[in-house]
Write a protein of this length. Structure first.
Lengths: 159, 531
C-alpha cells in the first residue's frame, strides 16, 4: 500500500534527511542501547534513551510517522523507550529482575524500531516533485533520442 | 560451424545468433539511448552537487558516482570489456562535439600510455589530497565539470577520441582490465586463433587500411603473401583466415565509416583486430558494415588475451602495477610487522618527523601507500623480469613487457566481487538518496535485499563478509597466475624450448605472484581479524 502526495499535502522540508541520515543515526543509537544492555550498563542506557527521546532524530522521524498516519509504530516505540528510561533511571538498584526487564524491553525496542523501518519503507509519492524530476527529464531524454537521428540526417552529420 | 565458399567459419559462440541480443546491439539506438540517459543523469548529479545538501551521504553526486558509475564500470568491465566507454556521458559529449573538430592532430609525443597512467594515478591519489573532492559534493561537481569541459575542448580541437584515449582518468584501468572480457567484437574469421605469421602481418595491414581506402582491400588480401617485402607464396595460408567478404570489401566502412555512421572511433579495423583493450563495443563497426554479415559478437576464453599479447608495452604494465599497488599491496608495513613487531608504527612516526609539513594521514596514504608501494612493486617486478631475462637469455624489455599481464588476476578477481556483492546490503541506502530526490519518499534500510541472509543481519559479520569476498578470491590468482606465466614463457621462448627451461624462465614471476597474492590476502585477513 502506498500513499500519494499532491500539491495540497504539505511535504516536510527535511523528509530526505529523515529518510537517509536521521534513520541511520537512530539505528546507531538503538545499537548503542543494545550494547549497553548486554553489558548491563544502566547509566549508559538511561543517557542514551534520554538522548533519543529528546533529540531531533526521533522527533523528526515520529513526525514523519504521524504524517504517514502510523500512530501505532510511533506510540509503541516511544512507550518502550520511556519504560526503558524509567527502568534504568535509578542506577543504584541493580537487581537481576531489573536487568531481565531491561533486556526484555531492549529487545522490544529493537522490534519496535524494525516496525518503524517497515513503516518508513512504504513509499509516499511526491507527485509534483516526480513530475519535475522524473517525467520532464524523461520526456526531454526521449525527445533528444528521437531528434538526434533526424538532425544528423538533415545536416548530414555522421553518427 | 557453417561453410562459406571454400572456408569453414566458426560461429559457435556468436551471440548475434540470439535474435534478442542481435536486435539489442545491432539497433541504431544502441548506444544512443544509454548515452543520452546517462548524460541526463550526469547533468542532474552535477546540479545536485552544486545546489544540493553539503553532506556526502545526502548528495546525489557522491552516492550517484558510486552507485551508477563505479558499479556500472565494474559490471561492464567484468562482462563486456570497456563497453562503459560506449555509454559514458563524458565520451558522448566529447564525441558529439568531435563531429565539428578543428582537425588538429594530438601531439605524437603524448600519444602513449603515460598520460592515461598519470591521470589515473592523479585521480586515485592526488586529487583527494588537494581538495577532498570525494568527500565534498560541491568539489566533486566542480571536478566533474572540469572533466566534461576538458573533454569538450579536446573533442573540438583534435581529430578522433583524444580525450577518451589519452586524458580520461579511467581509460587506462579499463583498457587493461578489458583484456579479460569474455566477449569480443570481431569480424568473422576461420577458426578462433591466429598464427604468429598472421600476427606479424597485422601492423602492415593496419597501416595500409589507414593510409588508403582503395588499396586497403588489396593490402588485406596480400597480407599473407608479403612479409618484409618478400613474397611468401603459398606457404602462408593464414590469409584464408580473413573473411572473404572483408577481403573483397572496397570501402572498409567498419573502420572508416560512411555517410551515415562514423566508423570505429578507436581507429580499429574489426577484420584484423586482435585485442579488446581498444574496443568499446559501441557496435559502430556493425552498424556501418554494408552487409553486416561478417560481424560477430563472440564469447571467448577470458584468459586468452593475457598469455599472448599482440602489442605488449611498458605503459600497460605500469598501469597494472599501479592497480596492484593501490588495491593489493598498500598495507605492506603490516607484513613487515610480522618479522619486526612494531615496525609500521615506528616507521610511520619517523617519516612524520622527517616530513613535518605532511599530515600523519598523508604520510600513511601518500608517502607509504603511493610512492613507496609503487617503488616496491615496480622494483620487485623489474628484478623478477631481469632474472627471467638472464635465465632465458632474452632481452629484459621483452620479459618486462609480457609477464605483467599474469599479475592482473591478483586484484581483478576480488575487486568486482567485493564491490558488487559485498555492497549489496548497502544498496538500500544508496537508493534512498536518488529515490527521495526523484520524489519517491521512502527508506530502504540496510539489508533490504537478502534480509534473511545471516551475514547481512549483523553489521560486524557484514564487514567481514565484504573483506572475505575480497581476500578469498585472491587465492585463485596463484594457480591462474602460474598458468599464465607458463603460457607467456612458452610463447616468448623458442618453440623448441624444453618444459624445464620454460618453467625456470617463469619461476621468478611465479614466486613474485605468490608473494604479492599472499601479501594481499594477509592485508585483508588482518582487517577481518581486527575489525
Amino acid at each position: 500500500m502506498f500513499k500519494l502526495l499532491n500539491a495540497s499535502s504539505p511535504i516536510p522540508s527535511n523528509r530526505e534527511t529523515i529518510l537517509t541520515d536521521e534513520i541511520n543515526n537512530l539505528g546507531a543509537d538503538i545499537d548503542a542501547i543494545k550494547n549497553a544492555s548486554s553489558f548491563e550498563d544502566l547509566e549508559a542506557i538511561y543517557n542514551k534513551t534520554m538522548e533519543v527521546a529528546s533529540g531531533p532524530n526521533w522527533g523528526n522521524i515520529s513526525a514523519d510517522l504521524l504524517y504517514r498516519k502510523d500512530i501505532t509504530a510511533s506510540n509503541n516505540f516511544m512507550s518502550t523507550l520511556e519504560t526503558l528510561n524509567s527502568l534504568s533511571k535509578n542506577t543504584t538498584q541493580h537487581t537481576k529482575a531489573i536487568n531481565d526487564s531491561i533486556k526484555r524491553e531492549t529487545n522490544e525496542l529493537v522490534t519496535d524500531y524494525g516496525r518503524v523501518l517497515d513503516s518508513l519503507a512504504v513509499p509516499i509519492y511526491d507527485v509534483p516533485k516526480m513530475i519535475t524530476n522524473i517525467v520532464i527529464p524523461a520526456i526531454f531524454v526521449v525527445i533528444v533520442i528521437l531528434a538526434i537521428p533526424r538532425i544528423r540526417r538533415k545536416y548530414k552529420i555522421r553518427y | 560451424m557453417t561453410v562459406t565458399g571454400n572456408m569453414i567459419v566458426t560461429d559457435k559462440y556468436d551471440l548475434f545468433k540470439n535474435k534478442y541480443l542481435a536486435n539489442f546491439w545491432r539497433s541504431k539506438y544502441y548506444p544512443l539511448v544509454f548515452q543520452v540517459a546517462f548524460a541526463a543523469i550526469m547533468v542532474g548529479m552535477i546540479y545536485h552537487g552544486l545546489s544540493g545538501p553539503l553532506s556526502t551521504n545526502e548528495n546525489a553526486i557522491s552516492m550517484g558516482a558510486f552507485f551508477v558509475f563505479w558499479w556500472g564500470i565494474i559490471f561492464v568491465m567484468g562482462v563486456m570489456g570497456r563497453s562503459w566507454c560506449a555509454i559514458c556521458p563524458v565520451g558522448a559529449v566529447s564525441g558529439a562535439v568531435n563531429r565539428f573538430n578543428r582537425g588538429y592532430n594530438f601531439p605524437q609525443k603524448l600519444s602513449n600510455w603515460a598520460l592515461p597512467a598519470a591521470s589515473y594515478a592523479l585521480l586515485i591519489w592526488g586529487l583527494d589530497l588537494v581538495f577532498s573532492w570525494s568527500s565534498t559534493p560541491f568539489s566533486f561537481a566542480i571536478w566533474f565539470i572540469g572533466i566534461v569541459g576538458l573533454a569538450l575542448m579536446m573533442g573540438f580541437a583534435f581529430k578522433g577520441r583524444t580525450f577518451c584515449k589519452y586524458m580520461c582518468p579511467i581509460t587506462a584501468p579499463l583498457a587493461v582490465m578489458a583484456r579479460i572480457s569474455p566477449i569480443e567484437v570481431r569480424a568473422r574469421t576461420q577458426g578462433s586463433t591466429y598464427s604468429e605469421t598472421y600476427i606479424k602481418n597485422i601492423t602492415m595491414i593496419r597501416k595500409s587500411v589507414a593510409s588508403t581506402s582503395s588499396s586497403s582491400s588489396d593490402a588485406i588480401a596480400d597480407a599473407g603473401e608479403t612479409k618484409n617485402g618478400k613474397k611468401l607464396g603459398n606457404k602462408n595460408k593464414n590469409v584464408r583466415m580473413i573473411d572473404p567478404e572483408c577481403k573483397e570489401c572496397k570501402t572498409h566502412d567498419c573502420a572508416k565509416g560512411n555517410e551515415e555512421t562514423e566508423g570505429c572511433p578507436w581507429d580499429q579495423h574489426p577484420s584484423v583486430m586482435m585485442e579488446n583493450n581498444s574496443c568499446s563495443m559501441c557496435m559502430k563497426c556493425t552498424h556501418s558494415c554494408p552487409s553486416g554479415q561478417p560481424m560477430r559478437l563472440r564469447l571467448r576464453n577470458p584468459l586468452s588475451e593475457l598469455s599472448k599479447v599482440f602489442r605488449p608495452n611498458a605503459g600497460e604494465i605500469a598501469i597494472i602495477m599501479i592497480l596492484l599497488s593501490y588495491y593489493s599491496i598498500y598495507d605492506w608495513p603490516l607484513i613487515v610487522d610480522l618479522g619486526f613487531p612494531g615496525f609500521s608504527e615506528s616507521f610511520l612516526s619517523s617519516l612524520h618527523t622527517a616530513f613535518p609539513f605532511i599530515t600523519e594521514d598523508n604520510v600513511r596514504y601518500l608517502l607509504v601507500g603511493f610512492f613507496m608501494t609503487m617503488g616496491i612493486v615496480f622494483g620487485m617486478y623489474s628484478l623478477a623480469s631481469y632474472a627471467s631475462a638472464k635465465i632465458s637469455k632474452t632481452k629484459f624489455k621483452l620479459n618486462f613487457n609480457n609477464y605483467g599481464y599474469a599479475y592482473l588476476l591478483i586484484f581483478i578477481l576480488p575487486l568486482p566481487l567485493s564491490v558488487t556483492i559485498g555492497y549489496v546490503p548497502y544498496y538500500g541506502e544508496f537508493l534512498n538518496i536518488p529515490l527521495n530526490t526523484l520524489g519517491i519518499n521512502m527508506n530502504l534500510s540496510s539489508g533490504f535485499l537478502l534480509q534473511d541472509f545471516l551475514i547481512y543481519q549483523n553489521a560486524e559479520y557484514d564487514i567481514k563478509f565484504r573483506d572475505i569476498l575480497y581476500s578469498l578470491p585472491v587465492f585463485f590468482a596463484i594457480p591462474i597466475g602460474i598458468y599464465l606465466v607458463n603460457r607467456i614463457s612458452r610463447n616468448m621462448l623458442d618453440k623448441h624450448a624444453t618444459s624445464v627451461t620454460v618453467l625456470k624462465t617463469g619461476l621468478p614471476h611465479m614466486i613474485l605472484i605468490t608473494m604479492f597474492t599472499l601479501a594481499a590476502f594477509y592485508s585483508d585477513a588482518y582487517s577481518i581479524l581486527n575489525n
